[in-house]
Design a protein around this ligand. Sequence first.
Ligand code: ATP
Length: 383
Amino acid sequence: MDKTMESDVTTAAPATSDDAIALQAEDVTINYGEVTAVDRLSLTVKRGEFVALLGPSGCGKTTMLRAIAGLNQLTSGRLTIAGRTMADERVHVPPEKRPLNMVFQSYAIWPHMSVRDNVGYGVRGQGVRGKKLRERVDETLAAVGLLHYADRYGTELSGGQQQRVAVARALATRPYLMLYDEPLSNLDAGLREKIREQIVDLHHRFDTTTIYVTHDQAEALSMADRVVLMNGGRIEQQSDPRSLYHEPESEFAARFVGSINAFPANVVAAGPGFAEVELLGQPGRTLRLAGASQIPQRRGVTGQAVIRPEYFEVSLGPSADEQNVFVGEVTRAAFLGSRIQCVVAAGAVDLEVEVSGLREIREGDIVSLRVDPAKVIWLDEEP
Ligand code: ATP
């Protein structure tokens, strides 16, 4: 299908006003021949929510988003939007009949039309004309900060401006559901950050429900109310951004979102609200866990103790304490302005450690790294 046409998915009124649930996917599977791109995925999105579908390349996020838009057929399962069945094994409501609109990675605005005509195109398709059409277009263009570019042509705009026109064009129809497929990937870092904020503002201002596909963890964490992390066509974990980062439920989740130090370990003591684990291959080296959301319950269990680089409290020089303290030499200290990324050789392991850029930490320094028992993440061995 032509990309330009794809982005003109227009809207229709929701079937019901009882729309606390905007989207429901039940056991959705999508195969491309032998490849299962989406594998029995179930997802509920509430009205007004901003949900990010995050995951590595090939995990099925775009396939799922396109199925919601009606651009992909389901192999099995059911998709409901605002209480109406949009797709199942027999039904397939075409994109233009779904109450949604979509923004793609490619800007896909029409170069031969003015910005105003681009943004007004879908609104005209809804039968809006005259003063009302102009007001709707102006309000939307003002919201993306492009009102004074209304008479320019697509070819006379920068990439960032073109993508904002594409966002305005999609939002001008006031869709019930907004879908974004990696819309910022082609833009430079500074611009990405600015448009990110704008998209979240627009989500609130126009009281819409948003599903946003990205492989960029910073984008997902900073924009979404809930992040749905996908892996191999399935949902690995879905949580608010803070919980996903601080309470990952699997090694995949812990590694995909942020950096980690992971220690295979064995539980040597466990009691109410605490546990002590011995790091494998480092006899006598133990870590205490207490106060975190996941604590191993039984002695003898194996798994991984995980510590994020910035969880360490770093002090210069050796330490008299042994509990939850690593002592080692800084072998690398990369100054990145706001922070310093270090590698600390502590006995048998090289630890990734991150400190504020204001600290005076240099290669060759001996440092003590303390970790709060509440900050050690425990992951049971995966079955
Ligand atoms: P990316 O971030 O790289 O876009 P993604 O998570 O969006 O990745 P999808 O594009 O949904 O992943 O692809 C999921 C799987 O389906 C991949 O294995 C991909 O190769 C396969 N796939 C996608 N589109 C097709 C197609 N048209 N025909 C056959 N296989 C496809």
